[in-house]
Design a protein around this ligand. Structure first.
Ligand code: FAD
Ligand code: DHB
Length: 394
């Protein structure tokens, strides 16, 4: 069996970037269809980021999906940084003229976006296999895919590839026009979600000689913890007891003493990488989010960067459909990359400051310590960090 569908913007990927783009376009009267490889249950169950910048919160509100985040999200006005057991607070709000971040899980953002798309009759085709874009250098691109035994062709005017790091969109751009910039870190993050009260009301980033540790949360009953682990560590080497033991050893004594442990309800290892593919567009194909770039998670920029891409891309597409403005579409890549590289720099900087690098010499270690000491002693340096952490302007 085969079927042909038609839309204005074909969106590959039903993660946060694809869903948010589809929702914003819909509100502007632009039709889109989302084609997602996984099942909806799978997408909804993924545990990922947890810290939203105000720019993303504002986008959710403008898109009519900010209500639950406003009610249930936890505003954070500061973060804790620890080095070998000493804790220091970075006063995010005091240093940025009152700005804050919102602790609200990516899982919840995704749930809210699916609910909104469903309520407005949005078309999301999940379990779509072998999605392939064609004719992206023409005005009549299309996708093909197979779904539940039927072959589909989706005709469109634009393809938005919001299909994450392993997606097909980026690979559709010819190698001759694409440049890849990449840095792979020699460790990963082992993450645990547990139904336990968080150890601290603010997020703790800890640099310890045994490795980095992070204490985060989703709500007052749900904690999210991470520890730096060697990149080749198998997950089954980390039963819950070992994880909690190692986390405690890396935390400041006052936090370790009050840590409440419990069974993990999710446990996974994520590799750390910095990655940018330039440019973000080719012909009528546009990349947004993890499809175009990856940041190491230190500083929680991945999801927020996907949102700012969607902000620029939706503005460009709306400009095209309202006024025939081609310039905004052409300028999308450069505009987005300007902010992407700043977030890449910040995530790289915070990763370097807070982790143990196996290749580091004693000299490197002293420099790291000096940088930390300078940060906690310098309101100017802290202000620069806070400005990045709460999110640079769109
Ligand atoms: P994704 O969320 O990856 O969505 C892409 C979607 O496209 C997926 O649903 C995928 O199934 C679909 N897709 C892929 N290929 C195809 C295809 N060929 N055809 C159709 N559909 C396709 N960021 C943080 O800030 N903090 C964190 O703690 C954190 N943890 C993370 C842990 C992991 C394991 C990963 C992978 C990322 C993490 N991130 C974290 C990053 C953050 O979650 C991402 O930046 C964010 O999900 C990007 O959204 P996206 O919509 O661009 O991509
Ligand atoms: C979380 C993830 C991050 O990468 C980070 O810097 C802070 C918090 C989290 O999952 O809660």
């Amino acid at each position: 069996m085969s079927e042909t569908l038609k839309t204005q913007v074909a969106i590959i990927g039903g993660g946060p970037a694809g869903l948010l783009l589809s929702q914003i376009l819909h509100l502007a009267g632009i039709d889109s269809v989302i084609v997602e490889r996984q099942s909806r249950d799978y997408v909804m169950a993924r545990i990922r980021a947890g810290v939203l910048e105000q720019g993303l919160v504002d986008m959710l509100t403008a898109a009519g999906v900010g209500e639950r985040a406003a009610a249930e999200g936890l505003p954070h006005h500061g973060v804790q940084l620890a080095f070998e057991g000493e804790m220091h607070r970075i006063d995010l709000s005091g240093l940025t003229g009152g700005k804050q971040v919102l602790v609200y899980g990516q899982t919840e953002v995704t749930r809210d976006l699916y609910a909104a798309r469903d309520a407005m009759g949005g078309v999301i085709l999940d379990e779509a296999a072998d999605v392939t874009p064609y004719d992206i250098e023409t005005d009549t691109p299309y996708l093909t895919f197979t779904r539940h035994g039927t072959d589909y062709r989706l005709d469109c005017q634009f393809v938005a590839a919001c299909d994450g790091y392993h997606g097909v969109g980026r690979r559709t751009i010819p190698e001759r026009v694409q440049r890849i910039f990449e840095k792979v870190y020699p460790f990963g993050w082992l993450g645990v979600l547990s139904r336990t009260p968080p150890v601290h009301e603010e997020i703790i980033y800890a640099n310890h000689s045994r490795g980095f540790a992070l204490c985060s949360l989703r709500n007052p009953q749900l904690s999210r913890y991470y520890i730096q682990v060697p990149v080749d560590t198998p997950l089954d080497a980390w039963p819950d007891d070992r994880f909690w033991e190692e986390l405690k050893r890396r935390l400041p004594a006052e936090a370790a003493a009050t840590l409440v442990t419990g069974p993990s309800i999710e446990k996974s290892i994520a590799p750390l990488r910095s990655f940018v593919a330039e440019p973000l567009s080719h012909g009528r194909l546009f990349l947004a989010g993890d499809a175009a770039h990856i940041v190491p998670p230190t500083g929680a920029k991945g999801l927020n960067l996907a949102a700012s891409d969607v902000n620029y891309l939706s503005e460009a597409l709306i400009g095209y459909y309202r006024n025939g403005d081609e310039a905004a579409l052409t300028g999308y890549s450069e505009r987005a990359l300007n902010r992407i590289w700043k977030a890449e720099r910040f995530s790289w900087w915070m990763t370097k400051l807070m982790h143990q690098f196996p290749e580091d010499s004693e000299f490197d270690r002293r420099i790291q310590r000096a940088e930390f000491d300078f940060l906690i002693g310098s309101p100017a340096y802290q202000a620069a960090m806070a400005e990045n952490y709460v999110g640079l302007p769109y």
